[in-house]
Ligand binder design. Structure first.
Ligand SMILES: Nc1ncnc2c1ncn2[C@@H]1O[C@H](COP(=O)(O)OP(=O)(O)O)[C@@H](O)[C@H]1O
Ligand SMILES: [Mg+2]
Length: 158
């Protein structure tokens, strides 16, 4: 199975840590964080996803991916290339993300206004967007990730 994994979550919600812990062995990493010096990061991201999937490599897209529009573009691209499209929603409270962001240094730390904008724009994912699989990812005691199948009703309750 060739998979396009779409990570979804606020800044400092744990996406890159989850990638390293659960996906790095099997999935190439595509992230706009790695395209900061590119003149057209969105176009380059599409190219990288296309190149990897076409070559038979699974890919994880490690951006906040908070809007339906951003996700739709990726879901359509993945499906057009025959990939299984999986969403991983990194559930995290804004307050926890602000705290973890404040503890970071260098270019990993983003201005808080970016987090406020993202939480405002965030729409929780849904199977109706076209995901083949959707998971809810939480942080368990001891720092492990807790990956659970998505339940739409639970999600709508918050
Ligand atoms: N499972 C975890 N348990 C505890 N802290 C974590 C865990 N995963 C990530 N963190 C902390 O949260 C912060 C943000 O994680 P990161 O993976 O960089 O988030 P993102 O890629 O979503 O911005 C990091 O400083 C990291 O130390
Ligand atoms: Mg990250």
């Amino acid at each position: 199975m060739i998979e396009l994994a779409i990570l979804i979550g606020l800044q400092a919600s744990g996406k890159s840590s989850f990638y390293r812990r659960h996906l790095a062995v099997t999935h190439a990493l595509v992230s706009k964080d790695l395209l900061r010096n590119n003149r057209r990061p969105a176009r380059r991201q599409t190219q990288l996803v296309t190149e990897n999937l076409t070559a038979g490599r699974s890919v994880a897209v490690d951006n906040t991916n908070v809007t339906v529009e951003l996700r739709k573009e990726l879901i359509d691209l993945g499906h057009s290339l025959g990939a299984t499209v999986t969403g991983y929603y990194l559930a995290a409270k804004l307050a926890d993300c602000l705290t973890r962001n404040a503890e970071r240094t260098g270019k990993n730390r983003v201005p808080d206004v970016g987090l406020f904008a993202a939480v405002k724009a965030l729409v929780r994912p849904a199977y109706s967007e076209g995901f083949d699989r959707l998971f809810f990812v939480g942080i368990a005691d001891g720092g492990a990730f807790d990956v659970r199948p998505w339940v739409e009703e639970e999600a709508s309750r918050g």
